[in-house]
Each structure stands twice: as C-alpha cells, then as structure tokens.
Design a protein around this ligand. Structure first.
Ligand SMILES: NC(=O)c1ccc[n+]([C@@H]2O[C@H](COP(=O)([O-])OP(=O)(O)OC[C@H]3O[C@@H](n4cnc5c(N)ncnc54)[C@H](O)[C@@H]3O)[C@@H](O)[C@H]2O)c1
Length: 278
C-alpha cells in the first residue's frame, strides 16, 4: 500500500467489471474503503470479496444507474457502512441499449445486425434508430452519471467534506466513432455535465473531472476484438498500436481522486494510446 487514499471512502459505480473494478482494486490498494455499486450482483460481490481477501475493505450494493432512488440508496449505504463519501467514480455504462457486460455473443449478434442494416440502408443508424434504445443509453450513461453526482455530492455538501468525483466519458465524447449516435452523444453529455458540475461544486471543495478512455480490454470491447475488421481499424487508429488495460485507466482515476490533482477540476483526460494525435 502507498496510501494515496488512506482513510477515504470511495463509491465505484459499474465496479463489478472492467474499468470500474480496476478502480475499486487500485483505490483499495491505496487505502480507501470501497462500495461497489452495479446492476450485476454476482461479479460485484466477487469483486468486493477479492478486495476483502486481499486485506482491503469493500462491500457491494445493487444499483440501477438510471434510478434516482437506487442512487440515493447507494449514497446512504456508503454513509451507513463507512460514515462518509470522499471519492466517486461513475463507471456504470452501456455501449447499446441491450448491452449486458459479459454477453459477448449478444454483442457480436448486435454488431452483425447493425452491419446488415447499414448495408441495406447506409442511413439506418440514424433513420432506423429505435427511440427507446436511444433513451436507454442516455438514461444509463448520462442521466445515470447525473444521478450519481447528485446523490453523492449532496452527502459531501451536507457533511462539509471536500471530495473528488471522476466521471467516465470516452474518446466518443469528441469523436463520433461509427454507428448509432446514442453512445457518443451520451458521452459528450457526460463531458459537459462534468464541466458544469465542476463549476458549481468547486467553491464547495468538490472537484469533478472526467476520463475519456480509448479502446480498453474489457467486456465492452471484447466483441470488437473478435472481428478482424474492427480490431484492425482500432489498432490502426491508435498510435501506440494496442488497446489499453483497465489498470491504465485506474491509474488516471487515482490521480484525479487523490490530492495529487488538488488544483485540477473540470478536466477531461484521454488515456487513449494517442487516438487524438492525428
Ligand atoms: N472499454 C472501453 O474501451 C471504454 C472506452 C471508453 C469508455 N468506456 C466506458 O467505461 C465505463 C466502464 O465500461 P467497461 O469498458 O469497463 O465495460 P464493462 O462492461 O466491463 O463494465 C461496465 C459495468 O457497468 C455496469 N452497468 C451497466 N449498466 C448498468 C446500469 N444500468 N446500472 C448499474 N450498472 C450498470 C455493468 O454491469 C458493468 O459491470 C463505461 O461507462 C464505458 O462506456 C469504456
């Protein structure tokens, strides 16, 4: 342990898998007590148990990110278990309305369906976009981030404690990538929400920053790696020539969460292997 988050309490939404789980593990190694909040219970409880087995302190609570009540219950659970909230990472997210973390077959099927639809109608990702699908992606990624900020910042303000909130956007906040607009629009929204919240909360001692990862090896991108066309396109557009590891995002989250970033707020940092150098 190096203790950069010693005695801090961190909530990690989306902490059952991927980037969120890596943040939970790294923050625990730095001394924080962890509340993992996620839709998926089994991997979330396993993630908390692994942290406890390694000598840390972690618990799990089920969270539907798009529910105001669930976000308030999450904040209340952190206070009940650990007395305070110091750090929040909002990593809960979906790449499409039907996305379930770990269902790689389902993701592959949806990619094939989208490719087929755009071969028939090149405008399909706009003109045939199902409005309920659009809403679900916005509800989870954007409204879910707002709800987590609302619930946790309210506790920090009440307790008159400084805090650090780290949202997870994407390179898609600035690059429309390809396919349906829902995901990039949700992430552009997360970026603007982060800037807005950072202005409001800065005088209260709460910093709010965002991370915009490039392509990272998680369940969310596993299907891309199975399809040569996508995989090669991603690697060709990434000057470092590889996808990133979740731990490489957790390092940036740790910087933003810790006192090392004491004068940093309203920023969007891209750990992306150089995606935006072109
Ligand atoms: N992997 C990448 O390349 C990449 C790149 C840029 C941004 N991101 C973002 O990083 C974040 C984490 O994604 P990941 O790559 O680790 O994928 P992941 O699937 O491994 O993790 C996402 C987690 O969010 C949870 N989740 C999904 N919907 C939820 C909901 N409604 N309520 C609560 N929890 C929910 C999932 O159960 C899962 O544990 C997401 O916001 C994603 O958009 C990922």
């Amino acid at each position: 342990m190096t203790g950069r988050l010693q005695d801090k309490v961190a909530i990690i939404t989306g902490g059952s898998n991927g980037i969120g789980r890596a943040c939970a593990e790294r923050f625990s190694a730095e001394g924080a007590k962890i509340l993992i909040a996620d839709l998926l219970t089994e991997p979330g409880e396993a993630a908390a148990a692994a942290i406890n087995d390694a000598g840390g302190t972690a618990s799990f609570i089920e969270l539907e990110a798009a529910s105001p009540e669930a976000n308030h219950a999450m904040a209340a659970a952190a206070v009940e278990s650990y007395g305070q909230i110091d750090v929040v990472v909002t990593a809960a997210g979906v790449s499409s309305a039907e996305y379930t973390s770990g269902d790689i077959e389902g993701n592959l099927k949806r990619m094939a369906q989208a490719a087929e639809a755009s071969a028939v109608n090149p405008a399909a990702s706009i003109t045939e976009l199902d409005i309920d699908h659009w809403r679900r992606v916005l509800d989870v990624n954007l409204t879910g981030t707002l709800l987590a900020i609302q619930a946790t910042a309210a506790v920090m303000v009440d307790q008159k404690r400084p805090g650090s909130i780290v949202t997870i956007a994407s390179i898609a906040a600035r690059d429309p990538l390809w396919g349906a607009p829902s995901y990039p629009v949700s992430k552009a929204g997360v970026w603007m929400l982060t800037k807005n919240a950072s202005q409001t909360l800065a005088p209260l001692g709460i910093r709010v920053n965002s991370i915009g990862p490039g392509f990272i090896e998680t369940n969310m991108t596993a299907a891309f790696s199975e399809v040569d066309e996508f995989h090669n396109m991603i690697i060709a557009k990434t000057p470092m020539g590889r996808k990133g590891e979740p731990s490489e995002i957790a390092s940036v989250a740790l910087f933003l969460a810790s006192e090392d970033a004491s004068y940093v707020t309203g920023e969007l940092i891209h750990p992306d292997g150089g995606w935006f150098t072109g």
